[in-house]
Design a protein around this ligand. Structure first.
Ligand code: SAH
Length: 233
C-alpha cells in the first residue's frame, strides 16, 4: 500500500485483511471480526510502516518490541471467548493494538507494560481511538496485579518459559488464559481454562514466536535475545 494512503484506503485494506488473513484461516467470531474491522492498525505502527499496517505479519515497534500479527491477535481474542461483561487482563501492552481490540470485546481491560515509553505512547493511541475502558499500568506483568483480580480472561503477548503462577491465581472461576510458552526463540500458543475442580486444562493453539516476557516469573533481562531476525508474532 502507498505510504500516503488515506482513510478510505486503510479501511479497504482492513476489510480485505479480515477476509484474507482471518476468515480464511478460521476466525469466525463475529464480535472479534467486527472489532478488527473497526480499529485502525495504522495508528499503532511506526509512521514509516503505515504502508505495511495490513500486511500478514508482526511489525517492529520501538525498544526492539513488536506489534503482533493480526491473525495472532484474532486467534487470541477468539480463543478467550470474551463476553461483553468480562474483565480482561493483558500482559505486554506494546503498541496498544491488541488492547484496543480487547476494549471492544470486554467491559474493562487492564493492560500491563514494563517499558515506560511504550506505556505512554500506547495510552495516547488508545485515547485517540476512543478506547476509554483500558487502563495501562506500568509494572512487571509476570507478578499479575493482585489488587485488581479476578479476571475472566488473560491475554499474554510475550513469551514465557512457563506459566507464571501469579497469573493462575488471578483467574476467575471458568477463567481463560492465552499465553505463548516455550523457549526464547520459539513457543507454543496455549489456551488454558480453569476447570470446576480448580485444575487448569490446556490446549495448544499453534506454534508461534513472541518477544520474551521479561520479569520475575519470565526470562531474565540480561540473557541475550535469540539473535536471529525471524519475525515474531
Ligand atoms: N500485543 C502487543 C504486542 C506487544 S510485544 C501489540 O499488539 O502491540 C510484547 C510487549 O510485552 C512488549 O511491549 C514488552 O515490553 C512487553 N513485556 C515484556 N515483558 C513484560 C512484563 N514482564 N510485563 C509487562 N510487559 C512486558
Amino acid at each position: 500500500m502507498r505510504r500516503d494512503a488515506g482513510i478510505a484506503d486503510f479501511l479497504a485494506a482492513r476489510i480485505l485483511m479480515v477476509k484474507d488473513q482471518l476468515e480464511r484461516r478460521g476466525i469466525r467470531d463475529p464480535r472479534v471480526l467486527d472489532a478488527i474491522r473497526e480499529i485502525p492498525r495504522e495508528v499503532f505502527v511506526r509512521p514509516e510502516d503505515c504502508g505495511r499496517a495490513y500486511d500478514d505479519e508482526a511489525l517492529p515497534i520501538e525498544f526492539g518490541q513488536t506489534i503482533s500479527q493480526p491473525y495472532i491477535v484474532a486467534l487470541t481474542c477468539q480463543s478467550l471467548a470474551i463476553q461483553p461483561d468480562d474483565c480482561v487482563l493483558e500482559i505486554g501492552t506494546g503498541s496498544g493494538y491488541q488492547s484496543a481490540i480487547l476494549s471492544k470485546l470486554a467491559r474493562r481491560v487492564v493492560s500491563i507494560e514494563r517499558v515506560p515509553e511504550l506505556a505512554d505512547s500506547a495510552r495516547s493511541r488508545l485515547r485517540d481511538v476512543g478506547a476509554a475502558n483500558v487502563d495501562v499500568v506500568l509494572s512487571d506483568g509476570t507478578l499479575g496485579l493482585p489488587a485488581e483480580g479476578p479476571f475472566d480472561a488473560i491475554a499474554v503477548a510475550a513469551a514465557a518459559p512457563e506459566m507464571p503462577s501469579p497469573l493462575i491465581h488471578l483467574l476467575a472461576a471458568a477463567g481463560r488464559i492465552v499465553i505463548p510458552v516455550g523457549r526464547r526463540d520459539v513457543q507454543e500458543l496455549l489456551l488454558c481454562r480453569r476447570n470446576p475442580d480448580g485444575n487448569l486444562g490446556r490446549q495448544k493453539l499453534c506454534d508461534c514466536r513472541f518477544v520474551p516476557l521479561i520479569g520475575r516469573h519470565g526470562f531474565s533481562e540480561d540473557m541475550p535475545d535469540a539473535a536471529d531476525n525471524a519475525p515474531c508474532n
